[in-house]
Design a protein around this ligand. Sequence first.
Ligand code: HEC
Ligand code: HEC
Length: 376
Amino acid sequence: MIKLNNKLIVLGVSVIASTALFTSCFAATTTKVDSAAGVYKPTKNALDGGVTYKRANGSYTAYRINEQSTKGINHGRVPTANELKAWDADIMPDGTGLPVGSGTVDQGEELYDKDCVACHGEFGAGGKGYPTLTGGSLASLTNQRTCPGKDAPNRTIGSYWPQASTLIWYIRDAMPYAHPKSYSPDQMYAMTAYLLAQNNIKIDGEDIEELNQDNFKKIVMPNRNGFYPNIDGPKGVENVRAFYKDPKNFGAVGTRCMKNCGKEKVSAIGNEITAVEPAYSTVRDLPKVDPSKGGAVSEAQKLYEKSCAVCHKTDAMGAPPVGNKDAWDKVMKQGMDKVNHNAINGVGAMPPKGGAMNLSDDQVKDIVKFMVESSK
Ligand code: HEC
Ligand code: HEC
């Protein structure tokens, strides 16, 4: 039951994310489609690139409309105590709430390469437009954020997070991206162990090889005492309440913050900062592949990773997963022309060009070819 809910929630989030990308979605309402079922014909007010939903009357809309009756059961109800328990399950710095289990760094590495590498990069090193999980140093945190020409603060799990409990909790509740809350306790420990090891976190001075509910409590994160006032700990909730009772502690004056962050006066950002290494950027490019280090990745594959993998890596979004022969055999029964047409114009919950309207038709066809060939 909870699993099903999660799936729906994930779908909802992806739809919000996709529509947010296209502001035009908020202006337009519905769009007529051509007679051929499922073919999306953009009109002047079309929701180009947005995810569209077919309605009972044949029109399309940017929003999923619940066409069920609003009478009776669809009003919802107060959650039961057990349902609440499933969601209200914190893992606290003192170890309260830790699941019972164990996992090794090696097991974590295997999971990571399967479930996380596409977005967080090799060994968590980033470079794919999603948060960098490893590297970084405590010293870099006091670097000026807005000062071109200097290294920027490098906030990663190892350099910035004060508590490892946040990590295992995050992995349990939010990751892997397309099917959160699907890891067993052993998998949670394995993944946490792997990410901590990649961040050079040690326990009692020793490299982490295996993590469980007992040695977990001995972890001391490098930035453990970096926040002020230091109000974590067993009385954390009471402390935070007391802290924010004082209006001075809101806004610019007393915001809870890192010690010493920004040694220099912060100046407003006028132009885009380009002199920082690595440069600040919103572009989600894959790193350039050096063929001498492990072979070339085709242009189509790079574009696939960037624009399509988020839905096509697994079947969680209802898309035919790349690598699944049966799913793609079924798709290909329609013939390549039709499949290309659908990829370009959208079909069902598949937005036109996967929402990446910057791609040319030929690029989409190349990606489809890659997807089909990778699924034989
Ligand atoms: C489809 C892309 C995607 C995949 C796959 C993915 N993540 Fe994430 N991850 C994200 C995004 C996006 C964020 C930022 C979320 C936010 O800030 O709200 C994130 C954030 C995180 C963070 C917090 C980083 C920080 O500094 O705030 C951790 C830890 C993390 N992911 C771990 C994982 C792990 C472990 C896996 C594999 C089990 C995984 N992710 C798979 C996209 C992904
Ligand atoms: C937002 C999620 C999403 C993204 C992003 C996405 N797809 Fe899809 N795709 C889907 C879904 C869902 C389907 C299944 C649609 C259906 O059959 O109703 C699908 C189906 C397809 C199909 C099969 C079409 C058919 O005729 O059955 C192809 C080909 C395809 N996608 C290509 C791509 C390409 C190429 C990209 C990237 C440029 C991409 N997709 C990005 C969700 C997505």
